[in-house]
Design a protein around this ligand. Structure first.
Ligand SMILES: Nc1ncnc2c1ncn2[C@@H]1O[C@H](COP(=O)(O)OP(=O)(O)OP(=O)(O)O)[C@@H](O)[C@H]1O
Length: 202
């Protein structure tokens, strides 16, 4: 499966493009880094790939066809702040079920302990909560994962553990991963290739 952005442009303000002519592809099992200064539009572009926003010019293609608008989206995102991405009143079991029903194997692979399932989000550490956000994003229909500063807020050990799990799962499922990060060391270590977003901004 191939995810492609073809000549994508977007603006929040009429007459002022945030970025234009973004063309990039993400193949099966590929890990691609996206680097660029703060405010250049990386998150906005990721939201377009994941179907939260529409491109103002150009388009997104999945195997050369429009991305299906019904059913679970094949491109899922994990954000920097998991606490903003989960309903604070739900127990973690319900949070997980939003993304389908992840099997025990996935929970084990991400180091999610059974005892955490009955807790509320505020009863978990940032790293524990981020593991749930990852598990939720890795439903059975997910073909591509966008990690938008996924481990920026976490300590080095937790960061390494989460990436090790995610990369192993991605490899096993032949999933493509787009890694958005300001951490050049992380990008250099885990990505097969790197795209510099500044080439698409003016
Ligand atoms: N909903 C919105 N309405 C108006 N402007 C927005 C909106 N969301 C983001 N922006 C602006 O668009 C620009 C790009 O934001 P975006 O979050 O996509 O950049 P980024 O490259 O991901 O930044 P960072 O590396 O800091 O996360 C910023 O100047 C931001 O203030």
């Amino acid at each position: 499966m191939l995810l492609e952005a073809c000549h994508v442009g977007f603006s929040y303000q009429k007459g002022s493009w945030l970025f234009r002519e973004v063309s990039l592809s993400l193949g099966e099992g590929e890990v691609v880094g996206l680097l660029g200064p703060s405010g250049s539009g990386k998150t906005t572009f990721a939201r377009i790939l994941a179907g939260y926003e529409s491109a103002h010019e150009g388009h997104i293609r999945l195997d050369q066809r429009p991305v299906p608008s019904r059913g679970p989206h094949p491109v899922q995102m994990v954000f920097q702040h998991p606490e903003k991405a989960v309903n604070g009143r739900w127990r973690m079991k319900s949070v997980l079920e939003e993304g389908g029903n992840p099997g025990d194997e996935l929970l084990d692979a991400l180091g999610i302990e059974k005892a955490w399932l009955t807790r509320a989000p505020h009863e978990l550490s940032g790293g524990e909560l981020q593991r749930f956000a990852v598990a939720r994003a890795l439903g059975p229909d997910t073909k591509f994962l966008i990690a938008d500063e996924m481990t920026t807020m976490l300590d080095a050990i937790t960061q390494a553990q989460i990436w090790q799990s995610v990369l192993a799962i991605a490899e096993q499922r032949r999933m493509g991963v787009l890694v958005i990060s300001h951490d050049r060391h992380l990008i250099r270590r885990i990505c097969h290739r790197v795209v510099d977003f500044t080439q698409f901004t003016s």
